[in-house]
Design a protein around this ligand. Structure first.
Ligand code: CAA
Length: 422
């Protein structure tokens, strides 16, 4: 058997992102005449990404999609491929991946494997959902079912309650404070206020967050992933595809390494029964760092999943930015540094110099269409590495980025390390 030839590099060569909560379909040409459905958002995002990459739909020989909650289809990627006319067709690999919120990063790593091992050379990864289009009651009916189990005894809202239980574990075992949790949301709102497409336009304070309506004992409504509608997509290509199309070998950003790991679907009922065993981001990050042959000091930008403050705090520890148990104090310290910096010099101070993490505002403040948001982490990383983030958000000399997606209640972790084109 001849040896398998692994192409040198797989690159993200284009990205597409729809507006969040597009209430008026007529405003957006691609959506004209269509209902704002997850599938329409996926299609719009895919077309934007193809245009951005300068390639056409018929160039694709791989399509990966993550399922939506608002309008779930059996074999989501096949459904999408049929809608856009890729199927029926020949020589195309179509695959649905479902690792919950980790899906876009799992999809990115799956696309890399498709290109390196399965003969594809141009693959799209697509996500879209319209959970804000659902009534609050309908959303909770569906969301509550995803991570619940009689053994977990989680009250509705199940997902915020599950993360809240883990936040209480962190407070009890590592002394994380209620203010430190709130500082995560306050800091994300500062970041979002600097991104033109984010849902959150005005920074909120720790006091405002703590006095907002609580949906679980240590979680206020302003500390929940912000329910939204939106779609996002990325296009990945092999080096031989770029060569064939006469595109520069340094186009876009390189997928340097990746890792995945799993945890339980739901946390134990009693905080006393929780242990460090249930977390998987550290393991996934370790595999990604090893494959990329880099460490935390080599990373200039981090796109970390932050559906709830505890997720961001645990991620900061897992990727090595703070020692275990110190993620809360790390965020709080950076938050006050940023607030003071902005008070001193509102126009010149750059929060990203102090906190090169989630410069778009993350799930807590940018917006969270169910399984889409990890794609925003990837797209923000792409913008940072290609120097497109603009003066408000650009991280100086960003050469490498780490992106993390989390599914369920710490049930799936996918981490990728990306690098600048040249
Ligand atoms: N920041 C600012 N404002 C917020 C906010 C946030 N993070 N979250 C809610 N609000 C405010 C907004 O003003 C919002 O209205 P608009 O967005 O229209 O302005 C208002 O509160 C009402 O929000 P909802 O319509 O969502 O309120 P609700 O009362 O129906 O529900 C809730 C409240 C139960 C907390 C619900 O918002 C919720 O369940 N949120 C969490 C969503 C969630 O669990 N997402 C998945 C996270 S886990 C994950 O991502 C992993 C995975 O595998 C999917």
């Amino acid at each position: 058997m001849p040896p398998i030839r692994i192409p040198k590099s797989v690159r993200i060569i284009g990205t597409g992102i729809t507006p969040l909560n597009p209430r008026s379909p007529a405003k957006h040409a691609v959506l004209a005449g269509q209902k704002v459905s997850p599938s329409a958002l996926m299609q719009q995002a895919l077309r934007l990404a193809l245009d951005n990459a300068g390639v056409s739909l018929k160039d694709l020989n791989g399509l990966i999609a993550v399922p939506s909650l608002a309008d779930t289809h059996f074999m989501e990627a096949h459904y999408l491929a049929t809608q856009i006319g890729l199927l029926p067709g020949k020589s195309i690999i179509v695959r649905t991946v479902d690792t919950g919120g980790a899906g876009p990063v799992t999809g990115l790593l799956e696309a890399k494997r498709m290109i390196q091992m399965e003969g594809a050379d141009l693959v799209a990864v697509v996500a879209g959902d319209a959970v804000k289009n659902l009534s609050g009651e309908e959303f909770l009916k569906r969301a509550d079912q995803t991570c619940n189990h009689p053994e977990a005894e989680l009250p509705s809202p199940v997902i915020p309650s599950g993360y809240d239980r883990v936040a209480q574990y962190q407070m009890k075992n590592f002394g994380t404070t209620r203010e430190q949790l709130a500082a995560c949301s306050a800091l994300m709102s500062i970041m979002a206020s600097r991104h033109p497409s984010a849902l959150t336009h005005t920074p909120r304070t720790i006091t405002e967050i703590l006095s907002a309506r609580h949906v679980a004992p240590v979680t206020s409504v302003l500390e929940c992933a912000r329910r939204a509608d939106g779609g996002a997509a990325i296009i990945l290509a092999s080096s031989s595809f770029l060569e064939r199309k006469g595109l520069s070998r340094n186009t876009g950003v390189v997928v340097v390494g990746g890792g995945e790991a799993s945890g339980p679907l739901f946390p134990p009922k009693r905080i006393e029964d929780m242990s460090e065993q249930m977390f998987s981001c550290e393991e996934a990050a370790g595999v990604a760092y090893d494959e990329a042959q880099v460490g935390v000091r080599d990373i200039d930008f981090f796109g970390l999943y932050d559906c709830f403050p505890i997720c961001l705090i645990r991620a900061i520890e897992a990727v090595g930015l703070a020692p275990k148990g110190h993620g809360g104090s790390f965020v709080e310290e950076k938050y006050y540094q940023i607030v003071k910096g902005l008070e001193r010099d509102p126009d010149g101070f750059k929060p990203q110099d102090v906190f090169p993490i989630n410069t778009h505002g993350g799930l807590l403040a940018f917006g969270a269409p169910w399984e889409v948001p990890a794609m925003y982490n990837i797209i923000e990383a792409y913008d940072q590495l290609t120097n497109r983030a603009g003066p408000q958000r650009q991280v100086r000399n960003a050469r490498r980025a780490l992106v993390y997606g989390n599914g369920g209640i710490f049930s799936a972790s996918a981490v990728a390390v990306l690098g600048r084109g040249s």
